[in-house]
Design a protein around this ligand. Structure first.
Ligand SMILES: Cc1cc2nc3c(=O)[nH]c(=O)nc-3n(C[C@H](O)[C@H](O)[C@H](O)COP(=O)(O)OP(=O)(O)OC[C@H]3O[C@@H](n4cnc5c(N)ncnc54)[C@H](O)[C@@H]3O)c2cc1C
Length: 366
């Protein structure tokens, strides 16, 4: 039977969107180029806060704050429904050497965020492994993390429980457009049709939408990450220093990242990045020196100019929608972003002002 909605892309954003649609009682099919959640949503760090969150637009902060409040219950529910625990943990975020404290203060007040300033001695109480003496650190105790590979696994299981069909190895290759609407999408499994279509193809969204006449400034931005294995409990909070961060998982794994590289769709890791990341890790947290680096990987973030995702209807095609371009913050923005997109699609009241996210307000500039 023809689905009500086709979601294109089974990353975190596509699957969160599919879940919202299924919860609303719609029949949903997700079309995935390869296998679900093998791209950015797997490769990311799962920090439930933007890095230096006060430096982002209000449009980003609004979605981040909404999601941050909802994540703990959302993950608990997923665990109960699927038996897969995304390990949502309120580990706190320590940001060292903040030189724009006034901006941070204003942001914290505006969004009701708990923020404290710590001296070097106080920062060391929060993270005894610190190898630096930061003059002034921001402490964000409400920030946390999820294990994003588990989150996407749980989400996939949940949407399938809800009757969503996920088709693997089914890339959308082109569009059949008639009378200002998408009539069907072209795939190796034939032309597939639905009433409504949603593009959630991460870094590939700009290229996929270009033939529909919509030029969005979404491009791949490579991020490399290394993984240490240490004893559980070695580190406590997430620590961010000069753009590099350590994320301690419950089982002793520590992610350290990440690079920001504009190198097209190249997902290769490099020795230079590995050296740079290990050096930064040892300087920040000397206790990591001597621990094995058990993995090194790269992912392609869906980069957008200031990190504001594009959410809403295609300006010219009545039944086509976009949820893409979450850049460095797709995990933390994803929950609220999926809800907003589905509210727009179903013409429900909106909890958030939609204008900053609309495709027509985010057209690529030459
Ligand atoms: C190193 C790194 C660290 C990060 N850390 C964090 C963090 O700590 N916190 C945070 O919030 N965010 C973080 N992010 C960002 C976050 O991972 C992304 O913003 C988010 O995962 C984007 O999700 P997505 O579903 O849009 O994209 P993706 O996960 O890339 O999914 C897109 C999917 O679409 C599929 N697809 C592409 N083209 C087609 C097509 N034509 N037809 C069908 N399917 C198609 C792809 O195969 C893929 O499965 C990080 C990212 C990286 C790389």
């Amino acid at each position: 039977m023809k689905p009500d909605c086709i979601v294109i892309g089974a990353g975190l954003i596509g699957m969160l969107t599919a879940r919202q649609l299924a919860d609303a009682g719609l029949r949903v099919t997700v079309l995935e180029k390869t296998q679900p959640a093998r791209e950015s949503s797997w490769a990311g760090g799962g920090i439930l806060s933007p890095l230096y969150p006060w430096r982002y637009s209000d449009a980003v902060s609004r979605l981040a704050r909404l999601s941050q409040i909802r994540y703990p219950d959302y993950c608990l529910e997923l665990r109960e429904d699927t038996g897969i625990d995304p390990q949502c943990l309120q580990s706190g975020l320590l940001v060292t050497d903040v030189d724009d404290a006034e901006q941070a203060e204003q942001w914290a007040q505006r969004f009701g965020v708990n923020l404290a300033w710590l001296s070097a001695a106080e920062a060391k109480e929060v993270e005894p492994q610190l190898g630096i003496e930061p003059a002034r650190s921001a402490w964000l105790p409400e920030a946390g993390q999820v294990r994003n590979p588990r989150l996407v696994k749980a989400l996939r299981a949940r949407i399938e429980q809800l009757g969503v069909e996920v088709r693997n190895d089914c890339p959308v290759l082109g569009w059949n457009i008639q009378h200002g609407r998408v009539a069907s999408v072209q795939t190796p499994q034939g032309d597939l049709s639905a009433d409504t279509y949603i593009v959630a193809t991460g870094a590939w969204s700009g290229d996929l939408l270009a033939p529909t006449g919509l030029a969005l400034p979404i491009e791949p931005v490579r991020g490399q990450m290394i993984l240490f294995k240490g004893p559980p409990g070695l580190l406590s909070p997430i620590t961010l220093h000069q753009g590099r961060y350590a994320i301690p998982r419950q089982d002793g794994h520590i992610l350290f990242g990440s690079t920001l590289e504009y190198s097209g769709f190249d997902k290769q890791t490099t020795d230079a990045a590995r050296q740079e990341l290990t050096g930064a890790a040892y300087a920040l947290l000397p206790g990591l020196n001597g621990l094995p680096v058990v993995k090194h990987w790269a992912g392609l973030r869906p980069g957008s100019p200031d990190g504001t995702p594009v959410i809403g209807p295609h300006p010219a095609l009545a039944n086509l929608y976009v949820n893409a371009g979450h850049f460095r913050n797709g995990v933390i923005l994803g929950l609220a972003s999926a809800e907003l997109l589905v509210d727009v699609l179903l013409e429900r009241p909106l909890g958030v002002e939609i204008n900053p996210y609309l495709p027509e307000n985010n057209i690529k500039k030459d």
